[in-house]
Design a protein around this ligand. Structure first.
Ligand SMILES: Nc1ncnc2c1ncn2[C@@H]1O[C@H](COP(=O)(O)OP(=O)(O)OP(=O)(O)O)[C@@H](O)[C@H]1O
Ligand SMILES: [Mg+2]
Length: 571
């Protein structure tokens, strides 16, 4: 079969792509031979003499189909020889399957613009050829939107890959890919770019591998298990219950007892502090009745100011112990004594456990939540808008509860700031906190993260999720992420998840997901101009995430001591 493959052999009424003087004559040309609603097949040919690696018809490259005034931009997703053997001399006919992405239109003033979707289908016989560099740049151009450069597109290293930080943040984003492909490094890059252009943005990284301290030596405050203060009274009832009962399942009544004890201890704290204030004023009229906070006995008036359990008001553990002792000592038992004793033992052992010092050790140094929020959420910022929250040093069983507390506070604080600060919560290994299996994970964490995903945009609370296993991430969270950077994914189920998240028009792009290189990603959604295959910029070593770097202020490269190792093993 003789195929017209060289430009010179065509007689056509379709204006071919404009040629520049000096452009090599062997540029490959094809013809559309089949077309359906969103795809076309192009026929072309290659010969041994003209064969070049990375030629125009390689999978993943964009090509142009000429319609005269306009040019369709299409993506190659399959290439195959028509015959089953290769001819060394002469032409080898090939078929190229492409998917339409959009159209470049020439404006009367000589400028061009790209739009997704096509207004005219190619006719049979239309020219297809290498896309012009200018068109390729146009396809990836964000137009009126401000963009930041995060790398370059794979097809042409001279064309920057840009992302709209505004759209990426406000509509949430996800970064998925198998281990070692460069997710955390890409996150470091994205965050660096984001804080550079959004001065009100704070970022809280939930960092399970303690790796981000090294990525932001200049921009982040690192909070590790030693520096962390998250007093137990900041935990909601169910968050605290998760910490208290996770190791050993609760006896029947224990969760209810805990609820009552916390309420009573809170009420006592309130009375004590108002007493102290009154004493400061020179009066000692107010006396604390022993029963404050406990439910009234039959015939007794209810205690003043019935406490709300989740008001984040402080309480003291010694009051909680006293309440339990009083309940044990009651003549008419409301709770079984063994359950009361069991709860007391649990609280005592948490209180004495050095691993839980961040919750119980310095809790009573704080009278309000404000200084803790200020530190974690960088208010004031002091030039460091990022907090790397090292979850790696915490006892495994509290990580969920801590993630819940932090995500909840991020939302509440962004809302209360009335636009003065934006907070991005970046969840590494997000499938651990919000797994797809509702039986796994921890309901309050799921709720807190879902709340940011669903309502955060209005209040300036944003979500970034990173996972190796999108198939194990709660699909409702992923569906709220409007910009997705899909890096290499080997697992078929994971690919399927991304395939269903991407719009139909570029679904075949996902076919590449199992084979793209490290640092490469297919970016799609609100934050980018069009689905783009891109490569993240190279990050200098001193800005790469890396495990094993000490907390801020310590020598970044220090060897861990035996103490460090023992502490980590205990955790
Ligand atoms: N943009 C980049 N610039 C320079 N080096 C990079 C870049 N991306 C990845 N790397 C290199 O690849 C290594 C692995 O990257 P990274 O830790 O980001 O992968 P990951 O996908 O987060 O892995 P894991 O799933 O194990 O967390 C890095 O330590 C770094 O050496
Ligand atoms: Mg990582």
């Amino acid at each position: 079969m003789q195929l017209p493959v060289k430009n010179a052999t065509f007689q056509t009424d379709v204006t071919p792509d404009r040629r520049e003087a000096g452009q090599p004559p062997e540029r490959t040309i094809g013809r559309v031979i089949a077309c359906d609603g969103s795809r076309a097949t192009i026929q072309s040919a290659v010969s041994t003499a003209s064969w070049r690696p990375m030629d125009v018809w390689s999978i993943g490259r964009m090509v142009s189909i000429n319609l005269g005034e306009n040019r369709i931009v299409a993506l190659v997703y399959k290439v195959h020889a028509v015959e089953t053997s290769w001819r060394e001399s002469g032409e080898n006919p090939i078929h190229i399957d492409v998917e339409f992405l959009g159209e470049v239109q020439e404006n009367p003033d000589g400028t061009s613009r790209f739009q997704s979707g096509i207004s005219n289908y190619p006719t049979i016989g239309a020219f297809a050829h290498r896309i012009r560099s200018g068109d390729l740049a146009l396809v990836h151009d964000l137009g009126d939107r401000a963009g930041v450069e995060i790398g370059h597109i794979t097809q042409d290293a001279s064309i920057p890959a840009t992302v709209s930080v505004q759209d990426m943040l406000t509509r949430h984003f996800a970064l998925v890919g198998t281990t070692g492909v460069g997710k955390s490094s890409a996150v470091a890059l994205l965050l660096r770019r984001a804080v550079a252009v959004r001065p009100r943005l704070r970022v809280l990284i939930l960092d399970p591998h303690n790796e981000y301290a090294s990525a932001f030596p200049d921009l982040a405050l690192t909070i590790d298990g030693d520096a962390l203060d998250l007093p137990f009274w900041m935990f909601r009832q169910e968050e605290l219950a998760d910490v208290v009962f996770r190791g050993r399942p609760a006896l029947d009544d224990e969760p209810d007892i805990l609820r009552e004890v916390i309420a009573a201890a809170r009420a006592r704290y309130r009375v004590q502090t108002s007493q102290e204030m009154t004493r400061d004023l020179g009066s000692s009229l107010l006396k604390r009745p022993l029963e404050i906070g406990l439910p009234p006995r039959p015939g007794q008036e209810p205690a003043p100011q019935a406490p709300t359990i989740d008001s984040a008001a402080p309480f003291r553990l010694k009051d909680a112990f006293a309440v339990i002792d009083e309940l044990i000592g009651l003549h008419e038992q409301r709770w079984p004594r063994h359950a009361l004793r069991s709860l007391k033992v649990r609280l005592e052992s948490l209180h004495n456990d050095p691993r839980y010092r961040f919750m119980f050790g310095r809790a009573n140094m704080y009278e309000t939540i404000a200084p803790i929020l200020g530190q974690i959420f960088r208010i004031p910022m002091h030039g460091r808008p990022i907090t790397a929250f090292q979850l790696g040093g915490l006892p495994g069983e509290v990580v969920n509860a801590v993630a819940s507390v932090l995500s909840r506070l991020a939302f509440d604080l962004a809302m209360a700031s009335q636009g003065a600060c934006e907070i991005l919560v970046l969840c590494e290994e997000a499938h651990r906190y919000v797994p797809s299996d509702p039986a796994l994970g921890f309901a309050p964490t799921r709720q807190a993260i879902a709340r940011i995903a669903k309502e955060g945009r209005k209040y300036g609370a944003y979500l970034g999720v990173v996972t190796q296993r999108p198939g194990e991430l709660d699909p409702t969270i992923l569906s709220q992420c409007s910009t997705i950077f899909a890096m290499r994914l080997a697992n078929e189920r994971d690919q399927q998840i991304i395939r269903s998240a991407i719009s139909d028009a570029s679904a075949s792009t996902i076919g590449f997901l199992s084979s793209i290189g490290n640092r490469e990603a297919i970016a799609f959604g609100e934050g980018v101009a069009t689905t783009m295959r891109m490569r993240f910029a190279h990050i200098p070593v001193h800005e790469l995430p890396a495990m094993g770097v000490g907390k801020q202020g310590e020598d970044g490269a220090r060897e861990p001591t035996l103490d460090d190792m023992m502490r980590r093993m205990r955790a």
